[in-house]
Design a binder for this molecule. Structure first.
Ligand SMILES: [Zn+2]
Length: 181
């Protein structure tokens, strides 16, 4: 795949008529809404787009994204490296009315004055695939082995009655059970 930056503003209808494909990257830090959800907004998203016409003569774009990201594990609050992948197929439309006429399997991609912002499209698709509550696999999570220690530390609050403490092993067992589902 090309390492050139993906063009930002294009004329999608022309690209569809030419059945053009576009490959390129976008720096994740340029996608500010998405970057705000990352622990480290570094690296690039790889983008492949294929424009064309479908059997019904609708202008469409098919895309694949691959973004290496660093998320914050919500169990141990440390870095979790993963890849977000997305495949999508959009119908090019110039109005809400046209968007409503698209078949269910095509999401609308709205064009204003013959132009559209590909970076915004890529960012919208990335926001759909980012996990809302990222967690390491239990065996990879540094917090899994220290839950017992954390539990003991939290129980030192002055209001705690020692007799009412939960057995740290039962807490751990509960957490493991939840993780299995
Ligand atoms: Zn973790």
């Amino acid at each position: 795949m090309s390492n050139a930056e993906l063009p930002r503003t294009v004329e999608p209808n022309k690209l569809a008529e030419k059945e053009a494909s576009l490959d390129g990257v976008i720096a994740l830090r340029s996608l500010s809404r998405f970057a705000a959800l990352l622990l480290e907004p570094e690296g690039d998203v790889d983008v492949h787009l294929q424009f064309g016409m479908d059997a019904e003569r609708r202008r469409v774009v098919e895309g694949q994204l691959d973004a290496p990201v660093v998320l914050e594990c919500q169990r141990c609050m440390s870095a979790m490296r993963t890849s977000l992948m997305s495949s999508f197929r959009l119908g090019l439309v110039i109005s809400d009315e046209q968007a409503r006429q698209l078949p269910r399997d095509l999401e609308p991609f709205l064009i204003h004055d013959f132009e559209a912002d590909l970076w915004q499209m890529v960012e919208d698709e990335l926001l759909l695939v980012i996990p809302p509550y990222p967690l390491h696999e239990l065996e990879d999570c540094p917090a899994a082995g220290t839950l017992e220690a954390l539990d003991a530390g939290q129980d030192k609050g002055p209001a705690d009655e020692p007799e009412q403490r939960e057995n740290p092993f039962s807490v751990l067992a509960e957490l493991k059970k939840k993780d299995d589902h």
